[in-house]
Each structure stands twice: as C-alpha cells, then as structure tokens.
Design a protein. Structure first.
Length: 75
C-alpha cells in the first residue's frame, strides 16, 4: 500500500472499499477507445509492458472483451 501512498493516495482513498479516485487510478474502464487511450498513456509515460486483464466473474465474457480490445491495441 505504500506504493499507492507514494502516488498520492491517502487513507480516505482506501476506506469503504476504495474511493472513485483510487479505482480510476488503478483500473482502465469504459469503451474500447477509452481503454486504448489509457494504455497508450502508459506507453507515452515510458512503460514498455502494460498488463491487461478483463475484470468480470464470467470467463467467457472476459475472453470476448479481450478479443474486442486486442485489435485496437495493435494499431
């Protein structure tokens, strides 16, 4: 948790399941364009690897979402 504190998150961000600010800082969410933009911002900031995981309890839906996202990330 200290690494999140170094990124500017505080006690209020960790309370009650996490603040909207914390979730937005940790999770790229939205439509394909929004997620691609977030991944590209990481690359622009110097990342050479960005891990992507679909967050859903349904494995079939996770695969569908990744299949939609993959081609957009390759362009």
């Amino acid at each position: 948790m200290n690494n999140f504190r170094e990124m500017g998150f505080g006690d209020a961000d960790f309370a009650a399941g996490g603040s909207d600010r914390l979730v937005d800082g940790l999770v790229a969410w939205g439509d394909v364009d929004a997620i691609v933009e977030r991944v590209r911002r990481h690359h622009t900031a110097g990342a050479d690897h960005v891990a992507i995981q679909a967050v859903t309890p349904d494995p079939a839906r996770a695969l569908e979402e990744l299949q939609l996202l993959a081609p957009a990330l390759l362009t």
